[in-house]
Design a binder for this molecule. Structure first.
Ligand code: SDX
Length: 428
């Protein structure tokens, strides 16, 4: 019998197994708690609850570190490219040169979508939010790729994974082109993943489009930063959807839907709108006061995190990338960046934010960077979804391939009406 801990409640006590991870907090295994005690645990936001065992990503919130399969995010962002990170998250190790070449080849040759998908887009209003289009079109992939929806077949699971990673940029570019009334641009197999995406977004049939290598490298790094992040809300959504046996395309569509929320992946769009609403450096104190006011629902978007109680390591790399892109685009002084830098400085010295350990997160600088690259604000979360697809699919595969996997079905604390008899209409 391994380590255990005692849980005492009333005159009773229970012995609970304790499991240690490679690093990070240990867990008390409460899977038998209800059977042995007749009681549930209660943790609505899962602030102290591990929903699964995973070997993919690890975050140390106090230290502000993030590891993909044990490799620090800053080293992967500096030395590798996004498809190398995809290989690492999916297979568990960095690829050899031959493995990387084969993986890039396979992803590249899955980038086209079924030609009828183009007709699917015609049903949307031109002013539809691109995330609405993405939720629908990613789910619609289930209707086109029946040969990779059998989750019990490992080959189909990997084909579906490759298709998801490869087709998300194509769908994202189509969602963007549709909203601006330009024709869809097909992927080109002689371009790398991120250059292909930029060309599908910005090329027009009338002339050759040359991808800016500095912007392509910057966006590729941004994709690396967004690739995975333990059991965040959208990843947990994908896992829960997948636990019922739903096909991978439908599960990823559920993840896209969850990511859209402003408390999660929608924060990059909300953060840029907030900076625009603040408008000037002089207005910052007023908004900081609102963020601290319990009676005001306003929060500093791009600040705070459930896990990081230190600076989000991705935000540091994003800030560096922001300056790189602004320089490349010849933007000498961006008033929104001035506001962001001053807002960060003020917040990091304000006792409210210090006491609550609120630091900039990945979404604080990403909006300024993506805007400088020419993306409209409502495309920011779409780009987050493109990058996070590999994390969602890697976590989905890990769950499906876990022999102890079962359908997720939380319980509840019921505080509704006690049992009562029906009242006939004549007596109401
Ligand atoms: C992402 O989970 C992930 O890993 C997500 C993500 C990923 O890669 O998948 O990292 C991506 O979603 C980043 C977070 C993006 N969201 C935002 O930037 C939105 C603004 N941030 C907050 O809404 C908030 O910080 C959350 C949602 C991110 C975290 O919320 P928690 O962990 O539930 O914390 P909380 O709401 O309980 O806040 C703790 C305290 C509260 O005050 P008290 O009730 O204790 O007095 O801090 C305050 C909050 O009011 N607080 C903020 C604040 N964030 C928290 N006050 C002002 N501004 C903020 N941004």
């Amino acid at each position: 019998m391994g380590a255990t801990t005692q849980l005492k409640y009333g005159d009773n006590s229970l012995t609970l197994p304790v499991r240690d991870g490679t690093i990070g907090p240990s867990v008390m295994d409460i899977s038998k708690l209800y059977a042995q005690s007749g009681m549930f645990t209660y943790d609505p936001g899962f602030t102290s609850t591990a929903s699964c065992e995973s070997q993919i990503t690890y975050i140390d919130g106090d230290e502000g570190t993030l590891l993909y399969r044990g490799y620090p995010i800053d080293q992967l962002a500096e030395h590798g490219d996004f498809l190398e990170t995809c290989y690492l998250l999916l297979y568990g190790d960095l690829p050899t040169a031959a493995q990387k070449h084969d993986f890039d080849y396979r992803v590249t040759r899955h980038t086209m979508v079924h030609e009828q998908m183009a007709r699917f887009f015609q049903g949307f209003r031109r002013d539809a939010h691109p995330m609405a289009v993405m939720v629908a079109s990613v789910g619609a992939l289930s209707a086109f790729y029946h040969d990779s929806t059998d989750i019990s077949d490992p080959t189909q699971r990997m084909v579906a994974s490759m298709r998801m990673i490869a087709k998300m940029p194509t769908l994202a570019a189509m969602a963007y082109k549709y909203t601006i009334g330009q024709p869809f641009i097909y992927p080109k197999n002689d371009l790398d993943y991120t250059s292909n995406f930029l060309r599908m977004c910005y090329a027009v049939p009338c002339e050759e489009y040359h991808v800016n290598p500095v912007l392509s490298r910057a966006l590729d790094r941004i994709f690396i930063l967004h690739a995975d992040h333990e059991q965040n809300a959208s990843t947990s959504t994908v896992r829960l959807a997948g636990s019922s046996g739903a096909n991978p395309f439908a599960c990823i569509a559920a993840g896209v839907a969850c990511l859209w929320g402003p408390a999660h992946g929608g924060a990059n769009e909300a953060a840029l709108k907030m900076l625009s609403e603040i408008g000037t450096v002089e207005n910052i104190p007023k908004f900081v006061a609102r963020a601290k006011d319990k009676n005001d629902p306003f929060r500093l978007m791009g600040f705070g995190h459930r896990v990081y109680k230190n600076y989000d390591p991705r935000a540091k790399i994003m800030q560096h990338t922001c300056h790189e892109v602004l320089t490349e685009m010849g933007i000498k002084d961006d008033p929104l960046l001035d506001i962001a830098v001053e807002l960060e400085r003020i917040a990091l010295h304000d006792e409210y934010f210090v006491e609550k350990k609120l630091y900039p997160n990945i979404d604080f600088y990403s909006g300024i960077t993506l805007k400088a690259m020419g993306f409209p604000t409502d495309m920011f979360t779409v780009l987050f979804a493109v990058a996070r697809t590999v994390g969602w699919i890697a976590q989905w595969k890990e769950m499906i391939e876990d022999p102890s996997q079962k359908i997720g079905r939380p319980r509840q604390l019921y505080t509704g009406a006690a049992p009562r008899d029906y009242i006939p209409m004549s007596k109401r």
